[in-house]
Design a protein around this ligand. Sequence first.
Ligand code: PEP
Ligand code: MG
Length: 325
Amino acid sequence: AQERYASIREVDCVSKCGARVNLFMNAGLMADLPSLEGSGAEGVGLFRTELQFLVRSQMPRRGELSALYARVLDSAQGKPVVFRTLDIGSDKVLPYMKKIDEPNPALGWRAIRVGLDKPGVMRMQLQALIRAACGRELSIMFPFVAQYDEYRAARAEVDKALAREERLGHTLPEKLEVGAMLETPSLAYAPMKFFEEVDFISIGGNDLKQFFFAADRENELVRRRYDTLNVSFLSFIERIVERCNIAGTPLSFCGEDAGRPIEALCLAAMGLRSLSMRPASIGPVKSLLMRSDLGQVRKQIHDARHRGDQSVRPALMRWLAEEGS
Ligand code: PEP
Ligand code: MG
């Protein structure tokens, strides 16, 4: 399938109306990294670090992690890589950590909540990342931030780690960006000060959608019930884009929907200019975006909203068929 899109692999993704959309890939294992070349991705928009923890029978050591992150940065050859700190809890349970029973794990003690309450592992991970960067640029992203305070506390941990590493004589990153994943609706309405302070935001659409519609992403009975192209959800995305634009905060989208061409098209029409997806999706997404006028897609979305359509999908599919896209 990659072959089919080989001719546009090295081409920048620019829509028919001239909007530049940056396409990144999601990764989590060393085995994913060769795709950085083959897919034409501009970097890694989401490196899920928990996979390294999940495939082991015991807690990895700082030295191992640091060597691994260094290899990730080496193979990216200067392209940006966004490392997401450990996103465990809920469905992702480490075999060597005490399992706690929670009535609603998806709404429970997970991700940054664990990181802030029991900071040992997070501190080790931050140190490993700083050492791996060894003077290069570094981008760190915290998962599941639900309110401004959590971001501030996480950022304070990063500052502490930097000071500690400097004291120990390690070279600090030339540039360090600290971002937050927007995966709970609450963060979209955080004070503007949060948007001004955070270096970048990435929408974790898988979780954001499950909390927006209150529909468990793991539950077969409900997980396909609500369409990503539901007008309410797209309006919500548009609101997030607006707030980021006002604050001048770089925004991306890294949930699975970014890799589905029609969904990606609507996200771009709502103003997203950075999408991160499975490497194999980059070709198909780029191909559709390059053939599309985002202004016209926006009009389709606005018309659907006006008519009271529940989802933009039926009208959009009809329109795309007429357009011959
Ligand atoms: C998301 O929630 O959209 C996301 C990218 O994170 P994960 O799928 O790992 O929860
Ligand atoms: Mg998530």
